[in-house]
Structures are given as C-alpha cells and as structure tokens.
Ligand binder design. Structure first.
Ligand code: FCB
Length: 464
C-alpha cells in the first residue's frame, strides 16, 4: 500500500484523558472533574486528576511518537487551562501549549490542534453550559485567544471533537459530563455546539495566516439494518438521521435535515425554538477538511409499534432498537468492520466534496506487558485492516489526507475510567512507565515506509 505524499500519519489524544495536573498552572475545574468526582459516574471511581501525567511528561511522549516514525500529533487544548473561569485568559495555561507546540515542531511533528474535546470550564456549565446560547460565543472568544497565541506555529485547527457525544451523552443519556438526562436539552446543546463551531471558524478564518486549515471532527456510525423491508429502511433512516446527518448536513450548508427535525420535535420543541435566524449560515462556515472519527457501525431493527420506545437513548428514536454488535469485537464490545470505513469515506467524499482526515480510529484490548513488551497482535491486525480500508477509498478517488490512531497512550476512557486500553503505547498507571506496543511499532513502520518520498505521480513510492 502506498499513500499520497504529505499524508499525515499520527496519533491522537485529548486533554482531560491524558494531561492530569488538574490543579496546576492555574487550571480551573472542568465538567469532567466534577462528573468524575461524583459517586457512581465513572467506573471504579476513576478520575483524570493524574491520568498519563502528560502535562509533565509531554517531551517523553512526543519523543516516543516521533521515534516511532509518526509525523503528526492530534491533541486538544483544555479550555479551563487557558481560561480557568471560561472567560479570563491565563498566561500560565497558554504557556503549557506553547511548550507543547515547540516540542512538536522541534521533533518535526505536525501539530493538529483540537480546541474542544469535552472539558468545558465548570464555571460555564454553572452559567448554563451548552444548553445556554452564550456558551457558543464564549467558545469563539476562547478559540481566538488560542489562535492568537499559537497561530504562528499551528496550521491545522479543529474546532470541536464529536459534538454528538458532547450533546447527546452529556445532556441526553447523561453517561458523560455534565450528566444531564433530557433529550430536549441535548438537542439545544447540539445546536449550540454547532453554532460554536461556526462562530469560531468564522472568527479564525478572518484572522488566519496563509496555510491555516480549519475543520471539525464528527463521529460517524454507519447503519446496517437487519433486513430491507420499508420498516427496516425507516429504522435505518432514523438512526442515521440523528447520529450522522443531524451534524453533517448543517455544516455542509444544508440546514438541519427536515425528517430528523420532525423525528425529534415531540420531545418538547425547544430545539426548533433555539435555532435563530442566521444560525444555519454561521454553522455553514467553510471548512478545509472534515475530521472523520470512526469506530464501528450500528445494527438496527424495526419494532412492530412505530411509537414504542427504543433501547437506544438518543433523541427521536422510536419504533426501532439497536441490535448487539457482531463479532469480531474489541474489548469494549465494539464491532470491527473495516469495510464500513471504506464505504463511509466514499460516501462522505461524495456528499461533501471535502478532503477527509481519519481523525480517530482504534481499538481497546486487554494489553499486558510481558518481559518488557506488549504483543498486541489483535491491534496490529486492526490497524492493518483499517489502513487497507482507507487505502481502498483512496484508490477509488477519495481525497484522504491523514490517519490518526486513537490513541497515542492508554488513557482515561471517560465513563469507563482506565479499563479500556487504546494506546499505541502502554501506560502503567501506578508508575507512569511507558512501553511501546507492537501496534505502535507497526504503525510507525508503515508511516516511515511511506515517508521515503513521492514518485512522479505524487504517490509515495514505498510500500507497507
Ligand atoms: C471517541 C472519543 C475519544 C475516545 C474514543 C475511544 O468517541 O473522541 O476521546 O474516547 O472515542
């Protein structure tokens, strides 16, 4: 397999999942500090207070990434570090990201910066959180502050990671911070997250230097119905609508899909009222590439009664259930389906016409260090199959610019605490010792082989 020249070969992390040092450098509390400290919310009472101690160990971690042969690092900035109260800038907080970016550039690693990966300053949650329209405007201000500080060195900008999760898991099912359980509130939060993306993209585009690129990262769950009767197709339409199209369509400038809006309105109608004149134009702000986070497809089946509640806690889903995943599964119980990634990339390319970056893809397995080594053959296979799937899409003409493994390090996996290991690098959370896994070496070898140089036709001349 050869990939296009300039392809970004990277690994991703998120601030709350790896940094730790939650009370250092003047950082304020985030919704995830509060949520994790609440009994019963996170498995085994785990928190991100120490996590991978990346705040102190980032030179070692970036060294590992660079030594593997990867050329890009996707990380997120913690809003409560940069603005402890969500509004006032902290020089000490910015200084951390300054050091991080310099370290990356010093190792010839491209920084790919995500502005929001779910750690909302608690002060802004107290003022209403994402269900409050004002939060979107605060986000745009925060985005400008980070861009002013780092825009001389960071060219790749992602506004928001997975607004689906921030809205529907944070305010709908409540399994993520801040743990609100109300579908109508979740829909309003989703709108304000998308509005925040649009406002920030507009603001940053106006201040951009040549070469700056803007994006957002959406998580897609392609739908597989267990039959093809009209009822099956209707179940698939509903799930695809709320999971995928509800977030994609407005970003592309098509507004919210009418069928999804009518599915969700029965919750109380606050969503439609929250969309003010001009909002959909703001959300349609031009982006340079789309971040595609892909883990697994969803299998759905219709129920006999179209009004009966779904087993899936997403707004607007009635008359259908989500079916168990089919093997082979990861330790999380997620289905492994690389061919779905090929079809997703092809579909997104045809729908959006945008360059795509696989911003997250990966698998958790029960890794163990044996004699100083982690033989994670299952993850090597996972990456091999998913890279082949990406390559197939590229051969079919899809403009894919990069692939980021989730994750560089084993880390704090949200509600699952430290029970799910996704890293290319194993972390012993007692000692903070890092051990590169076989999968990390594998991905690095692919990256290095492809970096040997472009051929005349612009395609890397080295194979994996
Ligand atoms: C994604 C999140 C990321 C990580 C992976 C496993 O939805 O963006 O932070 O938790 O799932």
């Amino acid at each position: 397999m050869t990939f296009p020249s300039g392809f970004l070969w990277g690994a991703a992390t998120a601030s709350y999942q790896v940094e730790g040092a939650v009370a250092e450098g003047g950082r304020g509390p985030s919704v995830w500090d509060t949520f994790a400290a609440t009994e019963g919310k996170v498995l085994d009472g785990a928190t991100g207070a120490v996590a991978c101690d990346h705040y102190h160990r980032y030179p070692e971690d970036i060294g590992l990434l660079a030594d593997l042969g990867l050329n890009a690092y996707r990380f997120s900035v913690a809003w409560p570090r940069v603005m402890p109260d969500g509004r006032t800038t902290s020089g000490a907080g910015l200084a951390f990201y300054d050091r991080l970016v310099d370290e990356l550039l010093g190792r010839n690693v491209v920084p790919v910066l995500t502005l929001y990966h779910w750690d909302l300053p608690q002060a802004l949650e107290d003022a209403g959180g994402w269900p409050a329209r004002d939060t979107a405007f605060r986000f745009a201000e925060y985005a400008s502050v980070v861009h002013d500080a780092l825009g001389d060195r960071v060219h790749q900008w992602t506004t928001i990671n997975e607004p689906f999760c921030a809205a529907f898991l944070g305010y709908g099912s409540g399994v993520h911070a801040p743990g609100v359980q109300d579908h109508d509130t979740a829909l309003v939060a989703a709108h304000h997250l998308l509005l925040a993306h649009g406002l920030a993209t507009r603001a940053l585009t106006a201040q951009a230097r040549p070469g700056h690129e803007f994006s957002l990262a959406l998580n897609f769950a392609p739908v597989i119905p267990d039959g093809n009767t009209p009822a099956h197709l209707e179940a698939a339409r509903k799930f695809d609508g709320i999971h995928n199209r509800f977030f994609l369509e407005p970003v592309l400038g098509h507004g919210y899909p009418a069928d999804v809006v009518s599915d969700v309105e029965y919750h109380g109608g606050r969503f439609a009222a929250s969309v003010l004149d001009g909002d959909t134009d703001v959300i349609a702000a031009a982006i340079d590439w789309l971040g595609v986070n892909y883990y697994a497809p969803a299998r759905v089946t219709p129920l006999a009664d179209p009004f009966s509640p779904s087993n899936c806690p997403l707004p607007g889903l009635r008359g259908m259930d989500v079916l168990p995943a089919e093997g082979p599964l990861t330790a999380f119980g997620w289905e492994q389906s690389p061919s779905t990634l090929t079809s997703l990339l092809k579909w997104l390319s045809s729908q959006t016409g945008l360059p795509l970056v696989v911003a997250e893809n990966g698998a958790s397995f029960g890794d163990q260090v044996v004699d100083g080594r982690v033989y994670d053959a299952a993850r090597v296979n996972y990456f091999m199959d998913h890279l082949a799937a990406v390559h197939k899409a590229i051969r079919a003409g899809v403009d894919v610019r990069g692939y980021f493994a989730w994750s560089l390090l084993d880390n704090f996996e949200w509600a699952m605490g430290y029970s799910q290991r996704f890293g290319l690098v194993h972390v012993d959370f007692e000692t903070q010792r890092r051990t590169v896994k076989d999968s990390g070496r594998f991905l690095g070898r692919v990256a290095k082989a492809n970096a040997l140089g472009p051929t005349a036709d612009g395609v890397g001349d080295a194979g994996a």
